[in-house]
Design a protein. Sequence first.
Length: 218
Amino acid sequence: MRFTLPTVLTLFRIGLLPIMVIVFYAPFRGANIAAAAIFLAAGLTDWLDGWLARRWGLTSAFGAFLDPVADKLMVAVTLFLLVQENPTPLMAVTSAVIVGREITISALREWMAEIGQRTRVSVAGIGKIKTIMQIVALTVLLYQHDFEELRLYFVGETLLVAAAAMTIWSAFLYLRAAWPVLRDSESGVAPPLPGPARSDIESGDRTAPAEGRHGPAA
């Protein structure tokens, strides 16, 4: 197992999550601001490790596996905190959509990889926009305070709903790309061999190689 600098940053991002949870529930003034700052720092390392992997060619199979796991953990853990803090129907439904989509598409991508069709489930730039919008929305929601002339929490909710809509759309793109393979497998027809790899723009796969920004395709 090779630990590159991007992989170390990914592990650091995962390590920030329990710290964020502790700070979020800590009984001191400004705990919400500190939790938001920790989450934002984790989000910035998500961008930084991808940039380093592209810039210096620092790839590894372990990093390719770990990076999307860290991204999904970061979003899911934060959503659970926010739903517990503000258990409204809007927050609950939006969070369920986002987490449910991640589970569904992760299972789809795992199955497609098993049959050698992983490169089919690639999406367009909407994945990067969705990720940025999620990070901004969750940072604002963790902050929890409104400015005098700006309902900042409402802005965060709006961004999160928009991110959930993009999540549904990107899931549709995945399923549409995978549908020919799903249909042929159901009918007993052997799927065609995968074509040239396309670079994923989803949060965990924003650079070549095909299986993630830290390592080659499995």
